[in-house]
Design a protein around this ligand. Structure first.
Ligand SMILES: Nc1nc2c(c(=O)[nH]1)N[C@H]1C(S)=C(S)[C@@H](COP(=O)(O)OP(=O)(O)OC[C@H]3O[C@@H](n4cnc5c(N)ncnc54)[C@H](O)[C@@H]3O)O[C@H]1N2
Ligand code: MOO
Length: 460
C-alpha cells in the first residue's frame, strides 16, 4: 500500500477486544446496528469510502473552482501572449540604427511617440526613429527590438537615466530625440506572440487540481468558468446539552462547544465547503429535525457526540438508519455511519471527546471529502519516524493514535523524529493543538521501546 495514512488503517487487530464475533462473522457490516463486535479502522474506512463516488461535475466560476479537479481538457483559444510586446520600459527601435551605438558615440533617434500598455494603435517606427514604449505594450510596426530606458538618455540629453518621468509629471509624452548607448539584437526585450502557448495547444489536462497558477492561466486564456468536480458541502453539527457557544459564559457544569469549530475547520482544510451548525441539545426530536433541515445543502453530514452508551446519546436515538459500531482504535472507539434522507446523504457520526472527534475526522471524514472531490491524496501522508522516548503502554487489540510532534529528517538523517505530546486522554485538547502528527501504535503492540521506529500520520 502507498505511503499514506491508509497504511495506518490496513490491518485489523489480532484479537477482538470485545466479546463479539470476529470480522466477517454474524454482526459484520449490514447486520443490524453493528454493536456486537469491534470493527477495524480499515473496515470502517472501507465501508464509508465504498459507498462514495466523486460528485457530478458542474460549471464553476474560476475562484469557486479553486482546489477542485478539472474534468475537461482546456485548450488555448488564441496565442499567448496574443501579440508581440515589450518586456521593458524603453524605446522600440530598428536594430540597424543602433548597431554601432556606444556611450561615447550614441545613436541619436527621432522619437515618434508613446506606446502605453493597452494602446490600440502604435506609431510605425521608420529608419532613424524610435517610439517610447512601456512593458506589455504592443511592439509597433517597423520596430525589431526594445532598448531599456536605462540604455538611453531618456530624451533629456544628459547621459544615461534610470527611469522615465511619470506620465502625471510629463503628460505630453515623449518627442524630440533620444540617445541610445548600446546596440540590441533582433527580438531583444520583445515577448513574441505565442511564445508561451500557441492556439489549439493543450493548456490544462482533465484531472488537474486547480491551484493559483492554474486559475491564473485560465483567466489569462479568457475563461470565466470551468467544468470541475465541486467541493463537497459538509454540514457539521455538534450535540450535547452541556455545550455553550464561544463568546458566551459557560456557567456551572457547562463547557464551550469546540468540536463544531474544530471539525468545520478540518473540513475546510480537506477542501470542503463547510457549514457549522451550532450545538444541538440532547433531544432526539430536535436533532432529527436539525439534520433533516440541513440535508438539502449537504453532501456529507458530520456529527460529534452522542454515540456511546449513555442515557443521553441522542445521535444513536435519533438516527435509526445509521449503523453505530465500536472500532478497535483509541481514541475513537464509538462511531456511526449511514445514509440519510431521500438522497441518501452520507452521515458520519463521530464521538464527542474532542481528540476522538478530530482523530476520527482525519481518518474517516477527510478521505470521504477527498473521494467526493475525486482528488488525491485521499489520506494524510504516513511516514516512518524514530521515536526516542518510546511509548510506555498501549492497549492490546486497539490501534492507538497518540498525538506527537514530528521533526522531518535533517540532511544526513534517513528518518525524522517524533515525540509524544501530552497523554492518551481523549479530552486533552491543548496537547492536540500542540501536535502536528499522530503516532500509530498497532493493535498487537503494547509498548514501543525508546529509539524504535514508528508509523506517523502527518497532520499538516
Ligand atoms: N460506559 C461507557 N462510557 C463510555 C464509553 C464506553 O465504551 N462505555 N466510551 C467512551 C468513549 S471511548 C468515548 S470517545 C465517549 C464518546 O461519547 P459520545 O460520543 O457519546 O460523546 P458525549 O458523551 O456527547 O461527549 C463525550 C465528551 O466530549 C465532550 N464533548 C462533546 N461534544 C463536545 C463539543 N462539541 N465540544 C467540546 N466537548 C465536547 C463532552 O462534554 C464529554 O465530556 O464516550 C465514553 N464513554
Ligand atoms: O475512544 Mo474514546 O474515542 O477513546 O475517547
Amino acid at each position: 500500500m502507498s505511503s499514506t495514512a491508509a497504511r495506518a488503517a490496513d490491518q485489523g487487530p489480532d484479537q477482538d477486544p470485545g466479546q463479539g464475533p470476529r470480522p466477517g462473522a454474524a454482526g459484520a457490516p449490514g447486520g443490524g446496528r453493528g454493536e456486537d463486535r469491534f470493527w477495524t479502522v480499515a473496515e470502517h474506512l472501507d465501508d464509508i469510502l465504498g459507498q462514495l463516488h466523486p460528485l457530478d461535475p458542474i460549471e464553476l466560476q474560476l475562484l469557486d473552482a479553486q482546489g477542485c479537479v478539472l474534468v475537461e481538457d482546456v485548450t488555448v483559444p488564441g496565442a499567448l501572449p496574443p501579440f508581440d510586446n515589450s518586456s521593458m520600459d524603453g524605446y522600440a527601435v530598428r536594430i540597424a540604427d543602433i548597431a554601432a551605438a556606444t556611450e561615447e558615440y550614441p545613436a541619436v533617434l527621432t522619437v515618434v511617440g508613446d506606446i502605453a500598455a493597452g494602446s490600440e494603435t502604435a506609431p510605425a517606427v521608420g529608419p532613424g526613429e524610435a517610439a517610447r514604449i512601456m512593458t506589455g505594450a504592443p511592439l509597433p510596426p517597423g520596430a525589431q527590438a526594445v532598448v531599456p530606458v536605462e540604455w538611453t538618455d531618456g530624451g533629456l540629453g544628459q547621459g544615461p537615466v534610470t527611469a522615465m518621468p511619470a506620465h502625471s509629471e510629463a503628460p505630453e509624452g515623449a518627442s524630440g530625440r533620444v540617445r541610445v548607448y548600446r546596440p540590441a539584437k533582433a527580438g531583444q526585450h520583445v515577448r513574441a506572440r505565442g511564445c508561451d502557448a500557441g492556439a489549439g495547444e493543450l493548456a490544462l489536462r482533465a484531472g488537474t487540481v486547480l491551484g493559483a497558477p492554474q486559475i491564473g492561466l485560465l483567466a489569462a486564456l479568457g475563461r470565466a468558468a470551468v467544468k470541475v468536480r465541486p467541493r463537497p458541502r459538509v454540514v457539521v453539527l455538534s450535540t450535547g446539552s452541556e455545550l455553550v457557544q464561544p463568546g458566551q459564559e459557560a456557567g456551572p457544569g457547562r463547557i464551550h462547544d469546540s468540536n463544531s469549530f474544530q471539525l468545520t475547520a478540518a473540513a475546510r482544510d480537506a477542501g470542503a465547503i463547510a457549514y457549522r451548525v451550532g450545538a444541538i441539545a440532547d433531544d432526539a426530536g430536535a436533532l432529527r429535525a436539525a439534520v433533516e433541515d440541513q440535508l438539502s445543502r449537504a453532501d456529507i453530514v458530520v456529527t460529534s457526540g452522542g454515540v456511546s452508551v449513555g442515557a443521553y446519546d441522542v445521535v444513536k436515538e435519533a438516527m435509526r438508519e445509521v449503523e453505530f459500531r465500536k472500532l478497535a482504535m483509541q481514541p475513537g472507539k464509538p462511531q456511526g455511519f449511514g445514509r440519510v434522507g431521500p438522497d441518501r446523504v452520507p452521515f458520519i457520526a463521530l464521538p464527542g471527546n474532542p481528540v476522538s472527534s478530530y482523530v476520527s475526522f482525519e481518518l474517516f471524514v477527510r478521505p470521504a471529502i477527498r473521494t467526493l472531490m475525486g482528488t488525491g491524496p485521499v489520506h494524510r501522508p504516513l511516514v516512518r519516524a524514530r521515536c526516542p522516548e518510546g511509548v510506555a503502554s498501549s492497549p492490546r487489540g486497539r490501534r492507538q493514535f497518540l498525538r506527537g510532534w514530528y521533526e522531518p529528517p535533517g540532511v544526513d538523517a534517513e528518518l525524522g523524529v517524533v515525540t509524544p505530546v501530552g497523554g492518551t486522554g481523549s479530552h486533552l485538547i491543548k496537547a492536540l493543538a500542540h501536535a502536528n502528527a499522530l503516532i500509530v501504535v498497532d493493535e498487537d503492540t503494547t509498548e514501543v521501546a525508546a529509539g524504535a521506529d514508528v508509523d506517523v500520520v502527518l497532520l499538516t
